[in-house]
Design a protein around this ligand. Structure first.
Ligand code: ADP
Ligand code: MG
Length: 335
């Protein structure tokens, strides 16, 4: 038997998937997309869940609990958006150690309620338990989509246009900034944090938003992407998921990827190759989608949606750098 660390996160999920069979005909899509798809006859229900563990996904030294609550909702909603769906209900489960008081729980739920307002979802249940150490937050989300609008990871066709929402790399640089401030604070507790011009990066890391705005805009323009997913683990990793799901290869032009100036400036300041921040850095929670060529005219009016590549006919995944140099996009290591 392989060791867990050899398998990696995605290898482990593949293994679980291979040991799973679906019994109910209503289980239309199971493990392997951003959300499960349940056939309700008249429409599909979408179901997804995400776990956030203190010390793994967040550090309370710099992550305010209110932001954390909001983020827990947003990252779940993002998986519903990735199916072209509309989120409706969430449940929230928390495990919390006695290191935290009532005020901390209130702060967390203040953020959760703000998230529910922002995405028009209802908190309808959950579970509460003690933990030996730290906080664990698990959110599940239920959404829906009409049958003609469902978008899976697998639907791309050759020559489709690859598009991304927003800009990439900011959340990754945000966590670098926060880590540096934490180290400096630990060395000198009287120091004031130097975050003034980094607020965009820090905001993207601490309080990301799900791109429901884009889902609504696509609907207004009558465009249904051929495939879609959200970017939680980094562009390279997600390209490989879209590629595996569809059997197609993708060509991505680095030059076309939207990157904020502050992301580039900060990557220089930190001596981090911007390609690493933008292509491998995760947690952007932007949407990555393919659209048919004939839909290009229709999406032009969506300002925050940018073509960055296309579905090639080589069944291989390429990143074309500004210099014209072509490198193969390969699987990242264990996370
Ligand atoms: P995302 O980043 O979009 O939340 P993940 O990479 O966490 O997606 O999960 C990919 C797929 O694997 C999803 O369909 C998810 O439901 C499924 N999955 C992840 N972990 C498990 C698990 N422990 N058991 C069953 N399915 C899982
Ligand atoms: Mg996802």
């Amino acid at each position: 038997m392989k060791k867990l660390e050899e398998l990696g996160e995605f290898g482990l999920i593949d293994r679980i998937k291979s040991q799973t069979s679906l019994k109910n005909t209503t289980s239309f899509v199971g493990i392997g997309d951003d959300a499960a798809v349940i056939d309700q006859g008249s429409h599909y229900s979408l179901l997804s869940t995400d776990l956030m563990v203190e010390g793994v996904h967040f550090d309370l030294a710099y992550h305010p609990l209110k932001h954390l609550g909001y983020k827990a909702v947003a990252v779940n909603v993002s998986d519903i958006a990735a199916m072209n769906g509309i989120p409706k209900q969430i449940t929230v489960s928390i495990a919390i150690s006695n290191r935290f008081g009532l005020a901390a729980v209130d702060e967390l739920y203040e953020g959760i309620h703000l998230g529910c307002e922002a995405y028009n979802v209802d908190l309808v249940g959950g579970d509460t338990t003690a933990s030996r150490a730290g906080i664990v937050i698990s959110v599940s989300v239920l959404g829906e989509v009409t049958k003609d609008k469902l978008v899976l990871r697998s639907g791309s066709r050759e020559n489709d246009i690859l598009c991304v929402t927003g800009d990439l790399g900011a959340a990754y640089m945000g966590v670098q900034v926060l880590e540096r401030e934490k180290q400096e604070f630990l060395a000198n507790p009287n120091m004031q944090p130097q975050l003034e011009n980094k607020s965009y990066l820090v905001g993207k890391q601490l309080k990301p938003d799900a791109r429901m705005d884009i889902i609504h805009e696509l609907a207004e323009k009558g465009v249904v992407p051929t495939s879609m997913m959200d970017i939680s683990d980094g562009l390279a990793s997600e390209i490989l998921h879209l590629s595996k799901a569809s059997g197609n290869g993708f060509t991505v032009f680095f030059d076309n990827i939207p990157i904020e100036n502050i992301t580039l400036e900060t990557s220089t300041e930190f001596n981090i190759n911007p390609v690493v921040a933008v292509v491998n850095g995760g947690e952007d929670y932007e949407l990555l989608m393919t659209i048919k060529q004939e839909d290009y005219e229709n999406i032009k009016g969506i300002l925050d949606l940018t073509p960055i590549g296309f579905v090639n006919n080589e069944k291989m995944n390429w990143l074309v750098l500004n210099s014209g140099e072509k490198t193969e996009i390969k699987a990242p290591g264990w996370k």
